[in-house]
Write a protein that binds this ligand. Structure first.
Ligand code: F1P
Length: 291
């Protein structure tokens, strides 16, 4: 039986260009001071976008878990990402904002959409699964389209990632630490969350340069370090010297890191299946977290 999450992972290449064809006028404009908020997966997409937008020179961009938003701070635009549009922290935050704000949601009839100043809805990216994959990456594809990025090229990379062999055997590891740099730190956190949610598997995530400052203490045989995006030079050798496995963009690999995230999503599903778990039914988790 093909699980919902497998279908959602495999359809990302078709759905990203649909997200990028929405009205981009509602998205942050060049030079605006922007905050992006979300919870769980949506927070990690916010982190990735914030670093990406700043590094491409579009303006100061902060990312917050919705409950940690500094309410006294003024932004030109607050962007809230929420698949369900019902997550308590998001609905509360949008209800209390006085400045311009935009909600990126799966359900246009959700409470978050009703409270937001502007809404971009991606019902075609919405999911049956508890574990988010396609909605989150589609929201990020939409935001990247707003930065002038070529989403058709990303979708082509995504197609390769859907078909590629997995870079790590789920039977070969007991722990994985994901690392990234710049905007891929958010993607590393998201990759780690997928393995925890879908497979109840021990993962961690860090900025790649911080990996040497402590996290390397747990590196050992049957454990792996997996980089999203290009790794810092020397990291692979440091990791393999401990007996741990290093997984990184292979030589000549040119996949966009969002396509590399698809490999990690697929790895999370493979891990769940290897551990005899249904990735559509994560332990202790519901589709939206309501307080
Ligand atoms: C985000 C969320 C995540 C959770 C799971 C389900 O909801 O609740 O926090 O880890 O992936 O989704 P949303 O605000 O994007 O609907």
């Amino acid at each position: 039986r093909v699980t919902h999450v497998e279908t959602e992972i495999a359809t990302q290449p078709e759905v990203w260009p649909r997200a990028a064809s929405l009205d981009l006028d509602a998205l942050p404009r060049r030079g605006q001071r922007v905050a992006v908020v979300g919870c769980g997966t949506s927070w990690f997409m916010a982190m990735a976008y914030a670093a990406r937008r700043e590094s491409l020179g579009h303006g100061e961009t902060d990312a917050f878990q919705a409950s940690e938003f500094p309410r006294g701070r003024a932004y030109d635009l607050v962007v809230a990402i929420s698949r369900s549009g019902t997550t308590t922290e998001i609905v509360d935050l949008l209800g209390g904002l006085s400045g311009p704000n935009l909600a990126i949601v799966g359900d246009p009839t959700s409470p978050a959409a009703a409270r937001a100043g502007a809404v971009l809805a991606l019902p075609f990216a919405d999911e049956r699964s508890v574990v988010q994959t396609r909605f989150a990456t589609s929201a990020l594809a939409l935001l990247r389209a707003g930065l002038g990025e070529d989403v058709a090229a990303l979708a082509a990379d995504a197609r390769s990632a859907v078909d590629a062999p997995l870079p790590l055997d789920p039977a070969a590891v007991e722990q994985v630490t994901f690392v990234g740099q710049g905007w891929t730190v958010g993607l590393a956190h998201e990759a780690a969350l997928k393995c925890r949610e879908a497979a109840a598997f021990w993962t961690e995530a860090y900025p790649a340069m911080d990996y040497r400052h402590g996290p390397i203490a747990i590196a050992a045989p049957r454990r792996a370090v997996w980089t999203l995006g290009a790794p810092p030079s020397g990291l692979a050798a440091e990791v393999t010297a401990t007996g741990a496995t290093f997984v990184g963009a292979g030589e000549g690999a040119t996949l966009d890191p969002m396509a590399e995230l698809i490999l990690a999503q697929r790895f999370a599903v493979a891990l769940a299946q290897h551990r005899g778990l249904n990735p559509d039914a994560p332990r202790n988790l519901t589709r939206a977290v309501l307080l």
